[in-house]
Write a protein that binds this ligand. Structure first.
Ligand code: FES
Ligand SMILES: [Fe+2]
Length: 459
């Protein structure tokens, strides 16, 4: 063998091949990752109403076993139509109430017939003598629930601090919009799935440039990206130049885990103003290493005028766009990866210490910082910031606006896009003072005027 060639092969360049130096990964951050009872993040997440299941799951005449925030629970609809969410194990000798019998009022344990109302009151202990006071001495663990449009929401926090149910404007009878519930389980920690909405750059690469166009061709454009913080939420503005149009998209996360994104099939080809969410979702922690997206998909002429969404595909463990579940064959997942593959493959719990965040990750950093602030606030007994519930609903900012602005140089576009995006969001925010239809009409009308605004139309 040629000895000089052999020498070249066995001498790797220094400063590369650092596999051994980096082969011990840091531990996941327990403050973020642990969600069970008594854990800092778990106690924080318990301060918010969360969807726990689809009501469709409770329609089979039997109780449903759930795991939420590391707690084993049973959900049911009793024979009078009332919903309940109780600790799974019977207060007598701990049989599981998933095998209980539904009653006119509440549920009855299968083992010795203890009978529970939906608020945890023990109504009857039939094996005990009539003079027994056992049912007055104890109460079963129960959580308050609210049913809304096919989802069952629960509050798992301290009884004294139940916040008002935040009825978001996008799920409160938007004209021309039908909301359809769905639920998808992910085998990983909740935070890495929740972060997706504040990582909008992934749409350029995962859904467009590196792949087939999983949504629309306009999504391949790198948008001008800005993040905006308020005490209770963070929202991103993505501003695209697409042909003769400027498209301003707003997507948002309200802490800790409520997010909304605009139209999936937005192609930015036609003028439109203040189109709302195609998905309104909560990323709910099941336990430290499992979570679920429980959400509404929006359909109808207001959000999907060309009827590209497929309502019939939306439901339990199913939604109408690819790459959101584990149900595709592995080789298809490898050749056509999407959100599910990107997020779950991070691992059961993300290791933040092994990441290298860049400037495009500002949204993720803001989200994490404010969640950590929320965890500390709960630990310190400080009240958490919440979005105002004005006139019965919470005003949200998710939207798509597409305006005609003639094609110009990248330098001219840069000068146009920042103030134009600022003007769009000034209008959206100024609508906070109004309610419902009046707010929508004011925002739409004001946005429509922007294309003729001399600040932007000149040149
Ligand atoms: S274990 Fe439930 S009634 Fe006895
Ligand atoms: Fe995505």
């Amino acid at each position: 063998m040629d000895s000089s060639a052999q020498k070249a092969i066995v001498t790797p360049p220094r400063g590369r091949y650092v596999g051994h130096a980096k082969n011990q990964r840091p531990e996941p951050d327990p403050e973020f990752m642990r969600v069970g009872p008594g854990k800092p993040c778990g106690e924080y997440l318990r301060r918010f109403w969360q969807p726990v299941c689809m009501t469709e799951e409770l329609g089979k005449g039997v109780p449903v076993r759930l795991r939420i925030l590391g707690e084993d629970l049973v959900a049911f609809r009793d024979l009078s139509g009332n919903y309940g969410l109780l600790h799974l194990h019977c207060s007598h000798r701990n049989s599981s109430l998933e095998f209980g019998f539904l009653a006119e009022r509440g549920i009855r344990c299968c083992y010795h017939g203890w009978h529970y109302d939906v608020d945890g009151t023990i109504l009857e202990t039939p094996g005990e003598p009539t003079h027994s006071r056992i049912k007055e001495r104890t109460c079963h663990g129960a959580y308050p629930v609210i049913e809304w449009r096919g989802l069952l929401f629960a509050y798992l926090g301290p009884e004294a601090d139940v916040p008002p149910f935040p009825l978001y404007d996008t799920i409160n009878d938007l004209p021309g919009t039908e909301i359809v519930p769905y639920k998808i389980v992910y085998p990983c920690n909740w935070l890495q799935v929740c972060e997706n909405t504040m990582d909008p750059v992934h749409t350029v690469f995962l859904h467009s440039r590196l792949n087939r166009f999983q949504f629309e061709a306009a999504w391949q454009v790198m948008p001008m990206l800005e993040f905006h913080e308020t005490p209770a939420r963070v929202y991103a503005t993505l501003t695209y130049r697409w042909r003769e149009m400027i498209w301003v998209r707003t997507q948002e996360t309200t802490y800790p885990n409520f997010s909304q994104v605009g139209a999936f099939w937005e192609d930015a080809e036609e003028e439109k103003y203040f189109k709302r969410a195609s998905i309104t979702k909560w990323t709910v922690a099941i336990d430290d290493t499992h979570c679920m997206i429980i959400a509404y998909r929006s359909f109808g002429p207001a959000i999907d005028p060309y009827q590209r969404g497929k309502r019939e595909l939306v439901g339990l463990q199913s939604v109408d766009f690819d790459g959101q579940t584990e149900l595709r064959p592995y080789d298809v997942m490898q050749r056509d990866p999407s959100d599910y593959e990107a997020q779950v493959s991070i691992g059961p719990m993300a290791t933040h210490g092994a990441e290298n965040l860049g400037s495009s990750d500002r949204g993720v950093a803001i989200l994490r910082r404010n969640i950590r602030n929320g965890i500390k606030a709960v630990q310190g007994g400080v009240e958490l910031p919440r979005l105002p519930l004005a006139g019965g609903e919470v005003a949200t900012y998710v939207q798509d606006t597409v305006m005609p602005f003639r094609l110009r140089s990248p330098e001219e576009d840069e000068k146009l896009m920042k103030p134009l995006t600022g003007a769009v969001m000034d209008i959206v925010r100024s609508g906070d003072a109004l309610l419902g239809t009046a707010r929508r009409e004011f925002i739409e009308r004001s946005l429509r005027d922007l294309k003729n605004d001399p600040r932007f139309s000149a040149g």
